[in-house]
Design a protein around this ligand. Structure first.
Ligand code: GFB
Length: 310
């Protein structure tokens, strides 16, 4: 990419897209095409075709998606499947039609089979049954990887895919029903402290293991891959280390200064027992994560002052 290349970031107001935009702006890029979801509904085939024809972006970061935590994935199953398939089909196909030079498609570590060997290597894709709570989302994201590969093989498109681990950072979703675990815990511990509650409720057993990466690290990796990586298939993007949800809760408890107890709601699902990324392919390509979990969460927590609920 040249500094004046025309770049379309799909989903630039979300946590991932906004981090990619910040990163590119910091690097001196300035020729962006940006559309909010009310300006351009990416599920609308005609509207997306017209947008690509009119704007002719050279590079595309596909960070637009219907996303959410374990509960949202499990409940809004139709939306997670339909919205994500429509968004990615429209963007990837029209990137091909309009001659985009390179496209980066983003997915998630939930594409792997529920019981795949750990750490998760890229070649474990489609070797087993998916975790049921996020099967619709995973099926859509697997379809996106295969679509990029098919357009590469049939049409010669330089479309690449990266699968990040669980992410956190600025512009995360703090709605307790639909969010991922990390923003949920930050909010739960903070609000319990403010209210003087004697305990905080954690969903599930607390034993599942998860890996967390700051979204600024992901944005850095996306920028790196856009410049240096041109392969079919996909590459994992993670930190390479994980912890239990219980230990994550203790870390957040400590950062927020909460003094009460932790209780469990066992009616809520645990999800996949573990999903730790094998990041050796990414390391061999020349990139690794820099932001430590404690440092990253402390920074995110400090930046929440001023939020309506804080
Ligand atoms: O982050 P999370 O919602 O999604 O939950 P997944 C991770 C773990 O934290 C689960 C537990 O075992 C939850 O039961 N947990 C404990 C909580 N307390 C809470 C809480 O208050 N809120 C939430 N949300 N969880 C999602 C997938 O899976 O991860 C998506 O559904 C996506 O498809 C995303 O891939 C990255 O890590 O289980």
């Amino acid at each position: 990419m040249k500094l004046n290349s025309k770049i379309y970031i799909a989903g630039h107001r979300g946590m991932v897209g906004s981090a990619i935009l910040r990163k590119l702006q910091n690097e001196g890029y300035h020729n962006f095409v940006l559309q909010t979801s009310s300006e351009l509904d990416l599920r609308n085939q005609q509207a997306v075709a017209e947008f690509f024809e009119a704007e002719q972006p050279e590079y595309v970061f596909l960070a637009a998606a219907k996303v959410g935590g374990i509960h949202a994935n499990n409940v809004y199953r139709a939306e997670f499947l339909y919205d994500n398939l429509m968004i990615q089909n429209n963007v990837i196909h029209n990137a091909y039609v309009s001659g985009v030079k390179k496209l980066l498609f983003l997915g998630s570590s939930c594409i792997y089979p529920k019981l795949a060997p750990q750490p998760l290597k890229e070649d474990a894709l489609l070797t087993g049954v998916l975790e049921s709570t996020n099967e619709p989302y995973a099926i859509a994201k697997i379809a996106g990887i295969k679509m990029c590969d098919a357009y590469r093989s049939q049409y010669g498109c330089n479309f690449i895919s990266a699968m990040p681990t669980n992410l956190y950072g600025p512009n995360d979703n703090y709605d307790l029903q639909t969010s991922h675990v990390l923003p949920a815990l930050i909010r739960k511990f903070h609000e319990a402290g403010k209210r003087g509650d004697d305990h905080v409720v954690l969903w599930g057993t607390g034993s599942p293991m998860r890996e967390f990466m700051h979204v600024d690290d992901l944005a850095d990796a996306c920028y790196y891959l856009m410049q240096n990586y041109d392969e079919a298939g996909f590459v994992n993007v993670g930190t390479g280390s994980d912890l239990s949800i219980k230990d994550l809760a203790l870390l957040v408890k400590n950062i927020t200064g909460y003094k009460g107890e932790i209780k469990h709601d066992l009616s809520k699902p645990d999800g996949t027992p573990r999903k730790l990324m094998d990041v050796s392919k990414l390391a061999a390509a020349g990139w690794k994560a820099r932001i430590g979990l404690e440092e990253g969460v402390a920074e995110v927590y400090a930046a929440l002052k001023g939020e309506e609920w804080f």
